[in-house]
Ligand binder design. Sequence first.
Ligand code: VGL
Ligand code: ZN
Length: 199
Amino acid sequence: MADEALIVIDVQNDFCPGGALAVEAGDEVVPLINQLIQRFDHVVLTQDWHPAGHSSFASSHPGKAPFETIGMPYGEQTLWPDHCVQGTRGAAFHEGLEWTKAELVIRKGFRKEIDSYSALFENDHETPTGLTGYLRERGIARVTLAGLATDFCVAFSALDARQQGFEATVLLQACRGIDLGGSMAAMMQRMREAGVVLA
Ligand code: VGL
Ligand code: ZN
């Protein structure tokens, strides 16, 4: 287990019921993730962490509504309600999450002009977050992912982990999804094709 890390994706208030970008039953993952945190030798958390006025917010684009898409220099971007603004309660981890054991919290989406679903690369798929280097230097070869949302931040993190040469398992019971325009089925298929273990 020393070469294995649990990566807990975005278990933050804004992705839980009552939050700004609530994932249905998002808070249900907390008890299971707490058990996983105890079981793993290495635990990394991610935290979606946007400045106010972030370019992924529909409110930054006059005439655009949440869940519409827009062309960005790096490709197509889904627009979201304002969420996980740095320092707000919505950006904080769910109160029930027992996160103190985590060795690293990796924040993402902090550059105003670019979104970051994946824990490893921003949405241009080339700007690194630094997590790959961290995991390699720590001798970690296998990652297990859980959290929110299955079909966005969890899936893109798992795909990038595979692409960077890590073994990757997504624990579906410990994830909940958004499912926007068939995104759940599409991302499950992409993960399967990339060799992500869906457990
Ligand atoms: C996420 C949309 C926008 C996620 C983050 O955590 O899956 N989704 N920002
Ligand atoms: Zn976000």
